[in-house]
Design a protein around this ligand. Structure first.
Ligand code: Q0Z
Length: 287
């Protein structure tokens, strides 16, 4: 870390630093959260897997929308990025009915103002990928909003542009993931504006922490699907009868190793690169 970096924010598993007026440094830790609690045991290389995947997608989607990536550091976990004016809306694209969308659908038949067909099951593929905006609530939990509310927050023309870009990104990434045996059930994008007012993709993109990745093999709608990466650690924590309040339990070595292996497997399937090659030289993901 250069002396000049000023810490300006913490996420559950990431840190944000200012390098200067125009540049930020996003650092992904090896911390893992489950049931919204950060566990005391890190997953070695998790931050590198997420940073590598994000960088991979930034490099391959620049034809769809420009992004904030300036440089991927040699540690493989730190991204130098352009400092943007962030839009006050999180942009979730869903191809499948899961999480808060499944809850909203069961209660109202709609998700963020989109009326869905009756009789859909949990985790079922939606008739078409759907943009479901959300705002960061006081609780720290995201609150789903409808498209007209999003349009009021960012402007109608900008919101139309955001929806188009988000759907194009999802279609591109979901098709890539499907070829590698992974279902991209949903994913959250964060976008900002540069000084020229150009829409820019920011934050992390298309990682297991911002998306639901499901193994296509064994996909069975009608209930929740196992998450590609965190299922080991979730199942272990559940097996303890933990009440899901902080502090979370320590995780034994074999569960750490199994979880790490799943993160690395997701990296290797999606990037078609050996993770060891990324450790040797992170720039390989930029193609
Ligand atoms: C991202 C976050 C993290 C805590 C602000 N390019 C950008 N320009 C301006 N702001 C951001 C970005 Cl990425 C920005 N976050 C989310 C990330 C720790 C909060 F690593 N907040």
């Amino acid at each position: 870390m250069p002396e000049a970096a000023v810490h300006i924010g913490s996420g559950k598993v990431r840190e944000l630093y200012a390098l200067d007026d125009e540049r930020l440094l996003l650092v992904a830790s090896d911390r893992v959260s489950t049931f919204d609690v950060i566990l005391p045991t890190p997953i070695p290389d998790k931050g590198r897997v997420l940073t590598g995947l994000s960088s991979f997608w930034f490099a391959r989607t620049a034809h769809i929308v420009p992004n904030h990536l300036l440089a991927l550091r040699e540690d493989g976990r730190s991204l130098e990025c352009r400092r943007l004016e962030m839009l006050p809306v999180e942009v979730v694209v869903r191809g499948y009915l899961s999480g808060s969308a499944w809850r909203d659908y069961r209660e109202t038949g709609s998700v963020c103002g989109h009326v869905l067909p009756a009789g859909l099951r949990e985790s079922e593929r939606l008739p078409a990928p759907t943009v479901t905006p959300a705002t960061k609530a006081e609780s720290g939990h995201d609150e789903n909003i409808d498209g007209s509310t999003a349009a009021r927050l960012v402007g109608a023309d900008r919101w139309a542009e955001v929806e188009d870009v988000a759907l194009e990104l999802y279609a591109f990434a979901a098709a890539h993931a499907e070829r590698r045996g992974i279902i991209l059930a949903d994913t959250k994008f964060e976008l900002g504006l540069d000084t020229a007012g150009t829409l820019v993709l920011a934050d992390e993109a298309l990682t297991p922490d911002s998306s639901r990745f499901w193994p296509a093999d064994g996909y069975a709608p009608g209930g929740p699907q196992p998450s590609y990466d965190k299922q080991y650690v979730r199942d272990y924590c559940e097996s303890l009868g933990w009440d899901k309040t902080a502090p979370g339990p320590e995780v034994p070595d074999e569960v750490v190793a199994g979880t790490r292996a799943r993160y690395v497997e997701a990296f290797e399937l999606l990037t078609e690169l050996a993770f060891a090659d990324y450790i040797a030289d992170p720039q390989v993901v930029l193609g």
